[in-house]
Design a binder for this molecule. Structure first.
Ligand code: HEC
Ligand code: HEC
Ligand code: HEC
Ligand code: HEC
Length: 446
């Protein structure tokens, strides 16, 4: 995050105005620079974003609030903190009521310090507009003017969610965690879901309250670009997280949430029925839980497609890191240093991934590469398989809409069947997943 740090230190307002894309930083910092939070009530009027039906008066549908409140789980993120699962998490972790505990509120509400609130608002709105769009006090009034440019709002404190790197970073503050807010195996063992993410699919599930395709940059293939940038930023941030955890000598180590969950959490079979024994334990002592490489696998496929030279450099470092993580008590300093190097490489490549031109041919090559690599991905474990399924889903949705292949319905059904294989992760079978990937691959052709 050197980029934001530099700008923050200079504190040159003019620079912010000249480079709007750079002005928005991680939420904490952006808030310190400009603006206060007003709460979602400020956006809810039917003449603003609270229309029930989409409108055609301006570029914006104006029904964003209605979509969020009625369909988006973010609007309920606070209320889940008092459901039975949360109450039990609170008891196990001994933190009192989760809906009053900072440990939970940081991700489940617009939890900003009192002095950054422009007016009184309640935390019970959950993850609301300003959790993603930044503090509104600076731009709330002026941004309703006709032809008001987005860049001007950004210079007044709006977070630039239009920029795919910044958008990914924002989602991942909660969907992967930061130094200040995190989900670890202790929380997971208490009942919290594990955090997985894929920008394009998660945007679809939210659902999107903005126009598709977002035509302002690369048009039709922007979904594919969003997938790629999401994978790259997620990889970089997950490497930063490994590094943080390795270096924090007061924290648990190994941190189980960085490892392959289902190396430990699977049911046992008769020896001859065990696909794990059949596969063997490449790169580690038999029985050691391996590093969870779900965030590496799809990124590798993408970089090998667009920049094979860079892919090799990254793969070398990531293999070294895997070797260290796959030891029972891998050296924390060495892990931290290797993760830092890998994160720097991922950061460089993330810029290339964002600048890449995405089209029908590249999307099809990516689909074929991922599906064709099914056996190797399947053997990496359940989480990498899940990431591959989400990737094929996102890439194929874009491809199907724009290129309209004749066997679209068959490919769609074959991809849906991949998700069925993941419904009971403790019973995950690599050979069965690989066989279904093979079916997808045949339908996609060569
Ligand atoms: C780093 C951010 C973060 C922190 C901290 C966090 N959560 Fe979550 N929580 C999430 C995300 C993201 C999801 C959604 C995960 C998904 O479905 O992919 C979630 C989901 C949940 C769910 C499941 C909700 C559902 O719809 O079934 C519960 C329950 C929950 N969190 C409770 C808690 C409690 C209790 C705490 C505090 C002990 C807490 N969370 C702290 C990010 C966080
Ligand atoms: C979980 C994150 C998140 C939340 C919560 C959220 N948004 Fe968004 N919003 C986005 C993203 C991502 C986009 C797409 C990128 C863009 O166009 O800025 C977007 C786009 C928009 C747009 C279209 C902007 C344009 O220029 O096309 C509007 C308007 C909007 N959001 C309003 C709201 C309102 C009002 C709320 C609260 C009721 C809200 N959003 C809540 C993430 C979020
Ligand atoms: C301030 C923290 C925060 C941010 C930022 C955030 N989320 Fe979330 N998200 C959550 C929490 C907490 C939940 C769980 C809510 C629940 O289950 O009630 C969640 C749930 C979701 C879900 C539902 C998952 C499921 O299992 O059904 C999707 C999809 C999602 N988020 C997508 C996104 C996307 C895309 C972005 C960025 C544009 C984003 N989120 C940004 C905290 C956040
Ligand atoms: C190194 C082995 C190991 C890894 C890797 C691991 N866990 Fe665990 N997990 C455990 C142990 C040991 C317990 C405690 C079980 C007990 O006390 O019965 C546990 C407890 C749990 C529990 C609560 C127990 C239950 O049956 O409900 C859940 C849920 C869980 N882990 C999920 C995960 C997830 C998700 C991941 C990956 C992000 C993961 N674990 C990674 C060893 C592991």
């Amino acid at each position: 995050m050197a980029r934001n740090g530099r700008i923050f230190l200079l504190g040159v307002w003019a620079l912010l105005l000249l480079t709007p894309a750079l002005a928005a930083g991680p939420p904490e910092r952006a808030a310190a620079v400009s603006g206060k939070y007003v709460g979602p009530g400020g956006c809810a009027a039917s003449s603003c974003h609270g229309s029930v039906q989409p409108k055609a008066v301006t570029r914006i549908f104006q029904n964003e609030y209605s979509i969020w409140i009625a369909q988006d789980k973010h609007a309920r993120a606070f209320s889940v903190l008092s459901n039975p699962v949360s109450l039990r998490i609170g008891k196990i972790l001994n933190i009192g009521r989760p809906d009053q505990a900072a440990k939970c509120l940081v991700c489940h509400s617009l939890y900003v310090p009192t002095e950054q609130r422009a007016q009184i608002f309640e935390l019970d709105d959950g993850v609301s507009c300003e959790s993603c769009h930044g503090p509104a006090s600076g731009w709330l009034g002026p941004h309703t003017q006709r032809d008001w440019p987005h860049e001007k709002s950004v210079s007044l404190g709006m977070y630039d969610t239009r920029n795919l790197t910044l958008r990914s970073e924002k989602c991942l503050t909660c969907h992967l965690g930061t130094a200040e807010k995190f989900v670890d195996h202790e929380m997971i063992a208490a009942g919290h879901p594990d955090l997985t993410f894929e920008l394009d699919l998660f945007s679809t599930v939210m659902p999107r309250h903005w126009k598709m395709p977002e035509s302002y940059e690369t048009g039709a293939w922007r979904q594919v670009q969003a997938w790629g940038v999401g994978e790259a930023v997620q990889l970089r941030e997950s490497l930063n997280r490994v590094s943080r955890r390795a270096k924090d000598t007061k924290g648990a180590w190994p941190e189980y949430a960085e490892l392959d969950c289902f190396a430990c959490h699977h049911s046992l079979t008769m020896p001859l029925d065990s696909w794990r024994q059949e596969r063997g334990y490449p790169g580690r002592r038999p029985g050691n839980p391996p590093w969870n490489q779900s965030r590496e696998v799809m990124f590798r496929a993408l970089v090998e497609e667009i920049s094979p030279g860079a892919a090799k450099q990254f793969n070398d470092e990531s293999t070294r890191l895997a070797g260290l993580m796959n030891q029972l008590n891998g050296n924390r300093e060495e892990v931290g240093a290797s993760a830092d190097r890998a994160a720097a490489l991922a950061d460089q490549m993330a810029k290339q991934v964002e600048g890449q031109n995405y089209d029908s041919a590249l999307t099809l090559r990516l689909l074929r590469r991922v599906a064709g690599d099914g056996a190797a991905i399947a053997n990496e474990g359940e989480r990498p398989a899940e990431q591959a399924a989400m990737t094929l889903d996102s890439l194929f949705t874009a491809y199907n809409q724009n290129a309209k292949p004749a066997n679209g319905a068959d490919v769609r059904a074959a991809i849906d069947a991949l998700f069925q294989q993941l419904q009971n992760p403790s019973a995950y079978s690599a050979p069965r997943f690989a066989a279904q990937m093979q079916r997808v691959s045949e339908l996609l052709g060569r």
